[in-house]
Every structure is written in C-alpha cells, then in structure tokens.
Write a protein that binds this ligand. Sequence first.
Ligand SMILES: C[S@@+](CC[C@H](N)C(=O)[O-])C[C@H]1O[C@@H](n2cnc3c(N)ncnc32)[C@H](O)[C@@H]1O
Length: 199
Amino acid sequence: MSLEAIFKACGCDKAAHHYHRFYETLEAPRHLLEIGVYRGASLRAWCRHFPCTDILGADTFTREHCPADFVPLGRPAVVKADSRKANFAQFYEEGEGPDWIIDDGSHRPRDQAATLKNLWPLLAPGGVYVIEDVVPVDVIGEDHLPEWFRKKPQQGHFTMAAFLELACAVSATGATWERHDYRHLSGKPDSVLIVLRKP
Ligand SMILES: C[S@@+](CC[C@H](N)C(=O)[O-])C[C@H]1O[C@@H](n2cnc3c(N)ncnc32)[C@H](O)[C@@H]1O
C-alpha cells in the first residue's frame, strides 16, 4: 500500500496536504519522533508504513486524551511532553537520537521555533527535521491570511514578526533547509513543509 493510501486509511490529514510526496523520497528512519499525537492517526500510519522503525509520539494532551490503545512502552510509544522545553534525550540511548523528527504540534511559528531549538541537538547526524503546516506569512502577507489565522485564539500568532523568529531559528542551526510548498495541490494555505537536514 502506498504511503498516501495508508495516510487516508488511518484518517491522517497528511494525505490531504500532499506530504506523502515528500516523505516517500526519504529512506526509512530507524527512530522517528513526532510532536503532535492528537487522535493517533499519523502514528498509526507510521507504524504500518515502517514496521521496523522505533516510533515515539509526544503531546501535551491538552486537546485530546492520549488514545486509549497507546501505552508508554508500546508501539508507537507515547509520552506526555511539551516539545518546546521537555528533555527528550531521556527517551533515547546515548548516540541513538531520532533520525526523523516531525513537528506537527501547534503550528504556531514561535512554538515551531522553540521546538526546533529544543530538539535540533537531539537529531542524529544525517537526520531530517520536518516542520509541518507552516503558514508562509512572508509569501501570503500578514494582512492577507485567511480570517481563521487572524482571529482569536490564533490572533497575534501568525504575524510577520513571529514568522521571522522561526526563520531565525532555522538559520541558527546552520543546516541546509528547503521549503516544500503543496498549497497549489491541496488548496490549503498551510500545506507547506520546512525541511532541515543535519550534516
Ligand atoms: C495537528 S495535531 C497532531 C496530529 C497528528 N500528528 C496526526 O497527523 O494525526 C496537533 C497536536 O499537537 C499537540 N501540541 C500542541 N502544542 C504542543 C507542544 N508544545 N508539545 C507537544 N504537543 C503539542 C496538540 O495537543 C495536538 O494534539
């Protein structure tokens, strides 16, 4: 089954964003860490697509309770943690950090920046760090964002200043990075990935 079909079968919106097009280009990871569990759709999809990969999901579980069938040492493993500040090194053996890190958390640029600063040191050499659902404020323009991003509770989070904080955090890693823009395929304003590759 293709990754797109697995995403759809698991009810994961990564297919609607066309992210399978990017993920299919990568080698299977040994250790995958995803920020943002929610109802578990993407973790179920990763488990199906990568039967040999160690998979850890982290969430604050403030929006939804942890799915009842997910347990701390199961597959996927799940932990309650805030990606912006939790010590994730405690979940990995020395020198065995994740080679894929996916930030599918709050999607707010300042949170994405803080998460990148916290997790970048953990990424294994040669690993890939993916920030999902980036709202390209620099391209769309702060005043032209869909209303959903401008009204409460998002008000103040999708500003040019916040986006620049994310851009600075990306730049501060010193890594090569790419922007993958699927908005023309999905019709969604946030179908954008920022991808960093660690040397
Ligand atoms: C878009 S949902 C995740 C969807 C999931 N990855 C999927 O594709 O099925 C975002 C989740 O991120 C969580 N979240 C938001 N901010 C977070 C943070 N700072 N640390 C950890 N989880 C966070 C929310 O609680 C929410 O459950």
